[in-house]
Design a protein around this ligand. Sequence first.
Ligand code: UN1
Length: 495
Amino acid sequence: MAKEYLNYIAGKWVPSKSGRTFENRNPSYPDEVISVHPLSTKEDVDEAVKAAKEAFPKWSRIPAPKRAEILRRATEILIERKEELAQLMSREMGKPIVEARGDVQEAIDTGFYAFGEGRRLFAFTTPSELENKAAYVIRRPIGVAGLITPWNFPIAIPSWKIFPALLAGNTVVFKPASDSPATAAEFVKIFEEAGVPPGVLNMVTGSGGEVGEAIASHPDIRVVSFTGSSVVGARIAEIAARTYKKVSLEMGGKNPQIVMPSANLDLAVDGVLWGAFGTTGQRCTATSRLILHEAIYDEFLDRLLERVKTLKIGDPWEEDTNMGPLVNEGALKKVQLYIKYGLDSGAKLLYGGERVDRPGYFFQPTIFTDVDPNSRVAQEEIFGPVLAVFKVRSFDEAIDLANNVRYGLSSSIYTNDIREAMEAIERLEAGITYVNAPTIGAETHLPFGGVKQTGNGHREGGWTVYEIFTELKTVYIDYSGRLQKAQIDTWEDLE
Ligand code: UN1
């Protein structure tokens, strides 16, 4: 029997006012309906924002170290429920169980970081130019935060936003992806159980077109944080600008792994297999381009081909599965379309390219060689297990090719030449560069985000996410007892 979940508004689990629902199916066996969720409307978002707005004054006045105590409890519950959440996630969106546990762990790490941040939230002090005057900066919560998250990290990415937003004293309206709503609802229950007061965290499920747009346009939401496609991100920014919101966007990637002649080739093969086919290529950090120096090109592809055949595709809840399904039928059709684009543009299929013969949206790991660097397969985010391989003659050509896309999230270079490594770190146009490690696997306590069409200048993770969820207040305290004029009074006047 499919479990029925509801929206969470003002501390109560409630259906959508529309009375409508949608089904959440298992992508490995699409006949199985895992759960049913409210198909919400703007009206439901209005209710949630109202609750969040009402809860804000009290929540924002609780000292941050005390808010942190509640978030620590939530993190402890996450630890207790890690296995159960991972199992649900794996069934709901198809991530291999080992990775699903990692997803929950990422939220645990983020929760404990937030707990520590309760006793930091550092700002700045600096001298005033006038005597007997203090000048410093404090961080203030912003108000109601609208958080819109994708399905590929069903707990990790919501945690990147919910923990810091709440720790900083904001209240939240959360819209999870419609392909992972059950894990999201269980995550929200954890905050409820940990003692987050009614109205402080609200969840509304439904479509991006209806619920997402309502969040982006609501005048009482003051900050929006979104992770998803660049097209939707640009749309959110446009709508949100009309009500002067702060907007943080984390969007697409077309991440390269470069392999130079001095590299440890087996290590680089391990890296690309994990980077390209982990999570079935459905990460914004996934390796979708492999840039090989001509000196190692043939040998590298031989080794890669040998290894890619050994990847185990299967039910994601089996411990030894390497690749689960794509998330839904739309994702499968998109990948199939890109196989056609690749072949039409003259690329050669080295491996894969076919749907797997079994129930569910399974697709083979796929490798294209001889890819035209300006073709769609080389330029666009496919979000599936498709790797485009390129041959280059020099380091400079590798860097230029790596930068020849509109995205800039992650990047990687395998080399044992220190000059190449250091130059790549400077020259790769990306928010993240790995040396001798794959493009995936960011740690939660460091800044995460990208340049070009991947982002709009913000960084989640670590301390930088607190820049997103706080406003700076500049404070001047004049204890001279007289009117002092900045820029006008001189030191000699004071004497
Ligand atoms: C994403 O794909 O949206 O670095 C995030 C990584 C993960 C996060 C990925 N820690 O691959």
